[in-house]
Design a protein around this ligand. Structure first.
Ligand code: FMN
Length: 364
């Protein structure tokens, strides 16, 4: 079953940001060129929780968009801060590509309390035209995708894991790979357990149907969230899923059951789980770990590996406490605080998720 031409066109437009070379020609301001790459950063639920204030001719201020938080699944906004880091890393790589050195100052006006998130900038970035070394990872920015398909094929090789490890700046932020089949299976079981809790807790489940785009019209209207295609559902199955499901039906028992089963199945296909740790759990570390995650995901893209962040176990709400205790048991011995968990493997690519227009991110 092929997409109708109208739906295809709508999706193309909603995903136009993924052809940044074409987008940037319209801008004279080099900051807008760089930012066209930064908005392609991974971010939770594809909320795109970024706001940008441009000052003078060389300054960008990055803010959290307070209207794009995930208060139920991420009540302390940890994942939102992580995605400020993914954004900053892509911005930094893009700045170098355009011949600018980015100087990034985190929290130039201090750190907001949780209830005032978004009030002060997360970062002030000054760009300076100078001789800078370009980064190889730049070319991977428009190719990277969060791949939620089942992973297939061979295990991740030692060499690939070494390359990923080397793309990562470890000091104070250890990264560990779990390659042992028994541990992978235990973590996958816990992933399913955590996801089940999220789905069957009314409060935390609300975010999923809210951010899920059930058809091309919804994708085009919002240009955020994710859709069946981003879950790796295509062809006839996608056609029938779009035709016979919808926001109302997503609260049905059968929809919830299918969703949990699919996460369970996919988590078990992980060839490797990656875990990134911090020493404490402060805002600077959350941003810094986001920067590091972005690099690893770009490097995985270069190696033709698929990756998917799987946050459910580590989300910060009380119903997950027991699952988290079990997780810490499995990954023993470890030092620090597990901050991010993701699976790595091989899979056919999925289409990109949409992005809003750059203008939407600019604040005055
Ligand atoms: C902090 C953070 C947490 C995320 N958690 C999950 C998750 O639990 N499950 C998932 O499928 N994707 C997760 N993602 C991936 C986002 O959903 C994805 O980046 C977003 O939908 C945009 O898609 P893209 O990465 O393909 O550009 C996470 C990403 C970030 C940065």
């Amino acid at each position: 079953m092929t997409q109708k031409p109208k739906a295809k066109k709508l999706l193309q437009v909603a995903r136009e940001a993924w052809d940044p070379e074409k987008i940037v020609v319209q801008y004279d301001d080099v900051r807008l060129k760089m930012l066209s790459y930064a908005i392609l950063a991974p971010n939770p639920f594809n909320k795109q929780p970024w706001q940008l204030l441009l000052k003078n001719t060389n300054e960008i201020n990055l803010y959290i968009d307070p209207d794009r938080l995930l208060p139920m699944t991420d009540p302390l906004h940890r994942l939102i801060y992580v995605s400020q880091g993914t954004f900053l890393e892509l911005l930094s790589i893009a700045a170098k590509e355009f011949g600018y050195k980015p100087s990034i100052q985190l929290f130039p006006e201090g750190i907001d309390p949780v209830e005032k998130t978004g009030k002060s900038p997360v970062a002030k970035i000054i760009i300076e035209k100078t001789k800078v070394e370009k980064e190889d990872l730049f070319n991977q920015i428009p190719l990277r995708v969060t791949n939620r398909r089942p992973y297939k094929g061979p295990p991740i090789t030692e060499e690939e894991l070494n390359i990923l490890q080397k793309s990562y700046s470890e000091k104070n932020y250890p990264m560990r790979f779990i390659t042992d089949a028994e541990k992978i299976s235990k973590i996958a079981n816990l992933m399913a357990e955590a996801f089940k809790i999220e789905v069957y807790t009314e409060r935390t489940y609300a975010a999923t149907p809210k951010m899920f785009r059930f058809n091309a019209n919804e994708v085009a209207m919002h240009r955020d969230g994710f859709s069946y295609e981003n879950m790796g559902v295509t062809g006839n199955i996608k056609f029938f899923a779009e035709k016979f499901s919808g926001r109302d039906k997503s609260f049905s028992e059968s929809f919830k059951k299918r969703t949990v089963n699919s996460v369970d199945k996919n988590a078990h296909t992980a060839k490797t789980f990656g875990i990134m740790f911090t020493q404490e759990n402060n805002r600077i570390e959350q941003v810094e770990i986001g920067r590091r995650y972005a690099r690893v995901h770009l490097m995985a893209t270069k190696l033709n590996l698929s990756m998917q962040m799987m946050s459910q176990i580590l989300e910060e709400y009380e119903e997950l406490v027991e699952v988290q205790k079990k997780f810490l048991e499995i990954i023993k011995p470890y030092k620090g605080i597990p901050q991010l968990l993701f699976r790595i493997g091989h899979a056919k690519l999925t289409p990109h998720s949409p992005r809003r227009k750059l203008d939407d991110f600019l604040k005055s």
